[in-house]
Design a protein around this ligand. Sequence first.
Ligand SMILES: Cc1cc2nc3c(=O)[nH]c(=O)nc-3n(C[C@H](O)[C@H](O)[C@H](O)COP(=O)(O)OP(=O)(O)OC[C@H]3O[C@@H](n4cnc5c(N)ncnc54)[C@H](O)[C@@H]3O)c2cc1C
Length: 471
Amino acid sequence: MSIDNTTVAQNFSDRHVVIVGAGITGLAAAHQLLQQPHPPRVTIVEAADRIGGIIQASPFAGLDLVDESADAFLTRTPAAMKLCAAVGLDHHLTSPATNHAYIWNNNMHAIPTGTVLGVPGSHKAIWNTQLLTKSGKLRASVEPFLPRAIGRSTDSLGAAIRSRCGNQVLERLVDPLVGSIYATDTDNFSVQGMPQVAELLAQPTSLMRAARNSMQKRTSGGPVFATPITSMSAFTRAVRDRIVEDGGRVILSSPVRSIEPQGRSYVVHLETESLPADAVVLASPARHTAALVKQLSSETSTQLQQFEHASVIMIALTISRSQWPQHLTGSGYLVPKPVQTGVTAVSFGSNKWAHWKTASDEMILRVSLGRDGAPMHHLDDKALLEVALRDLRLHLGFDAAPTNMRFTRWIESFPQYRPGHEYRVETLDKQLHASAPGVVLAGASYRGIGIPACINDGQRAASRALSELHS
Ligand SMILES: Cc1cc2nc3c(=O)[nH]c(=O)nc-3n(C[C@H](O)[C@H](O)[C@H](O)COP(=O)(O)OP(=O)(O)OC[C@H]3O[C@@H](n4cnc5c(N)ncnc54)[C@H](O)[C@@H]3O)c2cc1C
C-alpha cells in the first residue's frame, strides 16, 4: 500500500469523509470537499496502484505521454475547464488543430455541417450529404411535418430518432456519433443519457427546428474540446496534487472490501486497515460498488449488479507520413454499425493534436474496436492487429505498415444507460439514502459518462455528503 499525503495546517472539522475510487469523479469530490472554509478530513481509497481510473497516458513512439483513453473534454459543460483553472492548468490547455471529421460508409464522407450529434438542423444539411440515399433524404425531410408526439414517448434514443428522422439518419449519422462516444447501440440506449439529444426532443417544435435553434444559440465560437498539452493524465495528477497540498490523504493499491454501518456513521474496511467515516462517496463503477453496499442495502446492491458495461480496445499505431493520403486532413472517422467489421472509429491523432509530433514525423492513429453487443477483447493482440489492419485497408485504401504499436484493453469501461436509466438511478439514490444516509453514489455509471459530467457528479456527491455531515 502506498500513501500520498502531506500534513498542512488546515482548519479541519472533526468529521471524516472517505471517497472510494481515485478516478476523475472521486478526485473532483475530494477537491470540492477540501475547498470548504472548515472542511472535513478527506481520504481517497483507490484499488489500483495509480490515480486516474480510466484516464491514463503512457510513453508512445518517443513521445513522453500519449493518452490511452480520453484525449480531451468538452468545454461547453464548464466543469472540466473550471477544475483545470482551480488546479492551475488553465494556461496549459490546447485544442484540436482541426474540427472536421468523417463517417465511413463504403466511402469517406465529411460529417455534414448543420447537424447536432447527427440530427439535421435544415433540409440543406440532409440534401448536401452523400451519406444518405435519396429515399433516406426524402424520409428525413418529412420530419418537420410529422405530428409532434411521434418519437417523444420512448426513452430509446434509436427508436426516437428512427421514428422522427428515419432509419438512415439514425444508422448513418446519430448512431455513429453517439455510439462512438458511449461504445453503445443507440437502440438500447436512453434518450436521457444523451442530454444534448434529450434537449432537442424536449422542445415543442420539430426536431429539425430544435437542432437549428440549438446551433444558433451556440455562437460563442470558442473551441469545443480542450486537453492539457501534457496529456489528460496531467489533469488527474494536478487535482491529486492540490488535494494532497490541501491536507487530503490518498491511499493507493487498497481495494475497499466492505462498508459497515456503525450507529450514524460507517467503517470502511480495506485489506490492512479500517477507516471510520461520517460520510462515504462511492466513486467506483457500479459493478464494483454493488459489493460494497451489500451490508447497507442489499436491494441497492442487487440493482447495481444489473448495470451493464461495454468493453473497448484502443490500439495506438504509427505509420510513415509517406503512406498517408494527403486529402485526409480531418481528426478521424466513425464507422456506422451496418458496415462495421471490427473497427468502430479511428482518430487521426497527428492531424488532431499538433503536439503529438514524433521525431521522424510519423502519423499517429488511435484505432477503437469493440462496443456494446460486439465485444472484441477476447481476441489476442495479434488477432486484434489483423482486424485493425484489414479494416484500415478497407477504409483508407492502403496497407498500413505500423512502426509502433500499443494495445490498451478497457474492459467493462463504458456504462450502458439502458432506457429508463434516469429513473433507475433516482430510485437507487433514494433507496440508499433511506438505509444509509451519508453514503452517496457518484461517477460515470450514473449521470453522464463524459469527463465534465463525472466532475459535476463528483462535486454534487461532495455537496450531498457535506449536507449529511451537517444534518
Ligand atoms: C477508451 C475511452 C475513451 C474515452 N474518451 C473520452 C473522451 O475523450 N472524453 C471524455 O470526456 N470522456 C471519455 N471517456 C469517458 C471518461 O474517461 C470516463 O467516463 C471517466 O474517466 C470515468 O471516471 P470515473 O471517475 O467515474 O470512473 P473511473 O475512471 O472508472 O474510476 C473509478 C475508480 O474506482 C476504483 N475502484 C473500483 N473499485 C474499487 C474499490 N473496491 N476500492 C477502491 N477503488 C476502487 C477504480 O480502480 C478506478 O480507479 C472515455 C472512456 C474510455 C474507456
